[in-house]
Write a protein that binds this ligand. Sequence first.
Ligand code: SF4
Length: 328
Amino acid sequence: MNRDIILSVSGLKKYFPVRRGLILQKTVGQVKAVDDVSFQVYRGETLGIIGESGCGKTTLARMIMGLEKQTEGEITFLGKKIDTEMPADLRKKIQMVFQDPYSSLDPRMNIRRIIEEPLRVHTKLSANEKRQILLPLLKNVGIDENALQKYPHEFSGGQRQRIGIARALILQPELLLCDEPVSALDVSIQAQILNLFKDLEETYHLTMIFVSHDMSVIRHISDRIIVMYLGQIMEIAPKKELFDHTLHPYSQALMSAIPVADPERQRARIPLKGEIPSPLNAPPGCPFSGRCAKAKEICHCQKPGLRHTSAQHYVACHLFAEGCEETL
Ligand code: SF4
């Protein structure tokens, strides 16, 4: 794998203030949606981010896109620091595929206008030049050229997501951020769209961040995986390493929930007790301590740092802290 770093995220935090009172609007707490997250994205890889709803993965994606300003920390893209004030020449190099293909397309525009819109905003290409970019792209995402005059409501969910993907790719971005792009689709269509992403990854040499709550989806698409819980990273590893040597108890529970097609090889499911706690009242120690079957005293008072365990494998758990195994 090429180790050229495209995106670097360092100590990133996003806290939303909670205000009370009709007039004074006093701040009474903070929702820690993303809490001290650091990682890198290498050119040509697909980095999967997995976690339950509310774990902060979408807020993280929105900060990288410059749609949400961070409370603290840095995002560096192609060697330049970025935030909501991102210059246009950098902004066009990160594109996003959204979760809901129904609401992400303007119903008043036909498909040609929707897909060409980024070219109109960021370039001065002639109609003919735009057409020369558009036609091969349409073919690659599986949209019929004759459908260009149609409107979004005339397409199925899967076709609309293909349109969203074409719009995101038309500027040939350096980084494609996909936020739950298949979760609103039927299972059979999900498989088609995931295979399309795989084909496009090869055709366009894409670098992708792929956010999902579904471990089967993340396993299919990713080269490396980040497991998030309550706004923090629990584990990072290359896909094979994560599946062969799952370390964090939360990752183990997520893995155990992946359906197995073979009835003779049923996996023992690790039940997750209770609900994900509110990010307004996160536990003081390990964020997973309230639901972890292996939690000990230290877990409830001391937050575990992200530690390196083997090549490219990092885990935030006291079970893997130096010298802690005996004390646990
Ligand atoms: Fe469980 Fe403790 Fe590890 Fe957290 S630090 S995952 S509570 S064992």
